[in-house]
Design a binder for this molecule. Structure first.
Ligand code: UDP
Length: 248
């Protein structure tokens, strides 16, 4: 299933709304061959400016969800608006609902010890027919890779969620995608923490005002350095537009 993408500072973002994202995800799972899904935000775009491997992974992914309000602003500012924000954490829950209907099996990999398991139990409560193929914490360390890949292959899931934080989780998936033999592998960042209730998501009104980052910063102040990506991102997008205007 094809879809339109736009480029923001050279990084591809799929221009999809929620129903379209789910239709694409279903077709990727049904295809039976391995695909990678990434959830792009401004931190991804900024990291990709200095990390060619990460940039190539995002640009080659089957679906690059527009997670993060900064991207929506930038897209509109650059004259190619995105349809809407499609977050990783909401997508995990929607995919769980889809999986419960269709009989797809999920594997939850990553996060702190016990969190993936707790998340799986929450999802199973919300979607009673959901089949969990397995959960495992582990780490993205290279020494553990063969063992984790073997574990996932044995469980034969249709969907693999990986919560090792970006860009490690996305590089881990890219390195192992073919041998994992999972139709859909998705990096999910802190999604298990939110669903398990280990971390608290911003109230809906803050999400709607595009202030989820502020809520996260308040609860996890150590993120301030990473969040400096946002003003730098805004500066680069403005420069890009000025550059484009001079060229035209
Ligand atoms: N994480 C992990 N192992 C690691 C690094 C991170 O299991 O070596 C987990 C961490 O516990 C959290 C998730 O990765 O559940 C995502 O981390 P973070 O919130 O920093 O990611 P982001 O959402 O910012 O990409």
């Amino acid at each position: 299933m094809t879809h339109e993408s736009i480029a923001i500072l050279g990084v591809r973002v799929s221009n999809v709304d929620v129903p379209q994202s789910l239709a694409i995800i279903e077709s990727l799972i049904e295809s039976g061959t391995p695909h990678q899904l990434v959830t792009v935000n401004t931190e991804f775009v900024m990291a990709a400016q200095k990390d060619a491997e990460f940039k190539a992974i995002i640009n080659a992914a089957a679906l690059a969800l527009p997670d993060g309000v900064g991207l929506l602003w930038a897209a509109r500012f650059l004259g190619h608006p995105l349809k809407e924000r499609v977050t990783g954490v909401d997508t995990v829950q929607r995919v769980a609902e889809l999986a419960a209907h269709k009989g797809y099996r999920l594997f939850l990999l990553g996060a702190a010890e016990g969190v993936a398991d707790l998340c799986a139990r929450r999802l199973s409560t919300n979607y009673p027919h959901l089949q969990i193929a397995g959960t495992y914490s582990g780490s993205p360390a290279v020494e553990e890779e063969d063992e984790i890949v073997a574990l996932v292959r044995k469980a034969r899931p249709d969907v693999l969620f990986v919560a090792y934080g970006a860009p490690q989780q996305d590089k881990w998936i890219a390195r192992n995608l073919e041998r994992l033999r999972v139709p859909l592998a998705m990096g999910v960042g802190g999604a298990f923490d939110f669903i398990a209730g280990v971390a608290v998501r911003a109230p809906r009104w803050m999400q709607q005002l595009g202030l989820e980052w502020l809520h996260r910063l308040y609860h996890e102040p150590w993120r301030w350095r990473r969040m400096l990506a946002l003003p730098k991102f805004v500066g680069l997008v403005i420069l890009r537009k000025l550059g484009d205007n001079v060229r035209h």
